[in-house]
Design a protein around this ligand. Structure first.
Ligand code: NAP
Length: 252
């Protein structure tokens, strides 16, 4: 795999899975736009420490449409092109329906859909406009096993990720004529801040046993799937959803 001379925008790249994705692209020669929202110091440090040159950090709240537009304009303003967009940033709020007031329920849905579905959709739109002019590009959206299996304690999250899958497949159809690949990586549990409370709590062992490998994924394993989908030669796999869940949930 060689991403030399390619510009890769990774959202939520300061930590967790996004950080591993940024490192993997840089390792294979890519120039990474390291996006962050609140982890500014980590993003700046990562941009300085990645292998290769030209990486830089860019701030935006992806749930704000104007901020998303500013982000893409800044990246393209700096590098002149955009070859790969990875929509990785997301929130996961454990909010069992039983515990919520109607107002809380609505607020959770709004926050989750804005960050996990509408924000990524906006970035897909903005990136697609650039990639259509280039007649090339790749969009990888990070979904979740929860889109298929359900998220009883975070239904807005499961619904947003299911929506992200369908958005990706619709865009794969729409953008193939412009030589643009759109694919999804759908992880099961991954050892990051997002899952730390569950993995370190009383349910941790049961979660690890969901996989016959008796463990959860590392961020690097998810990053490996992302860079393989983004590599040259994968255009005919456009529209795919790649499960990376250690066989913990097998769709037929
Ligand atoms: P994480 O450690 O909680 O990191 C989340 C990232 O998203 C952070 O970099 C954060 O940026 C960014 N972010 C959140 N809300 C944002 C917003 N409104 N605007 C901009 N950035 C925002 O999560 P992770 O585990 O690495 O998850 C990465 C992706 O994998 C997500 O799409 C998640 O749904 C998916 N996933 C994770 C798991 C898992 O078990 N961990 C399982 C399945 C799918 P700042 O820190 O800068 O604020």
């Amino acid at each position: 795999m060689d991403f030399s001379n390619q510009i890769i925008l990774v959202t939520g790249a300061a930590r967790g899975i996004g950080r591993a994705i940024a490192a993997a692209f840089a390792h294979h020669g890519g120039t990474v736009a390291v996006h962050y929202r609140s982890s500014g110091a980590e993003a700046q440090a990562l941009a300085r420490s990645l292998s290769g040159q030209g990486h830089a950090a860019f701030r935006a709240d992806v749930s704000d449409p104007a901020a998303g537009e500013k982000l893409v304009n800044e990246v393209v303003g700096r590098y002149g092109r955009l070859d790969v967009l990875v929509n990785n940033a997301a929130i996961y709020e454990v909010k069992p329906l039983q515990d919520l007031s109607y107002a809380d329920w609505q607020a959770t849905w709004k926050r989750t859909l804005d960050a996990n579905l509408v924000g990524p959709a906006n970035l897909c739109f903005l990136a697609a406009k650039i990639m259509m002019k280039q007649n090339s590009g790749k969009i990888i959206n990070i979904s979740s096993r929860g889109a298929f299996r359900g998220e009883p304690d975070a239904p807005a999250y499961g619904a947003a990720k299911a929506g992200l899958n369908q958005l990706s497949q619709s865009l794969a159809w729409a953008l193939a004529q412009y030589n643009i690949f759109v694919g999804v990586v759908a992880p099961g549990f991954v050892r990051t801040d997002m899952a730390a409370e569950l993995l370190d709590g009383p349910q941790g062992d049961a979660i690890r046993k969901q996989s016959p490998l008796n463990r959860v994924a590392t961020p690097e394993e998810i990053a490996e799937a992302v860079i393989r989908l983004a590599a040259d030669g994968m255009l005919y796999a456009t529209g795919c959803i790649l499960d990376v869940n250690g066989a913990s949930y097998l769709r037929s």
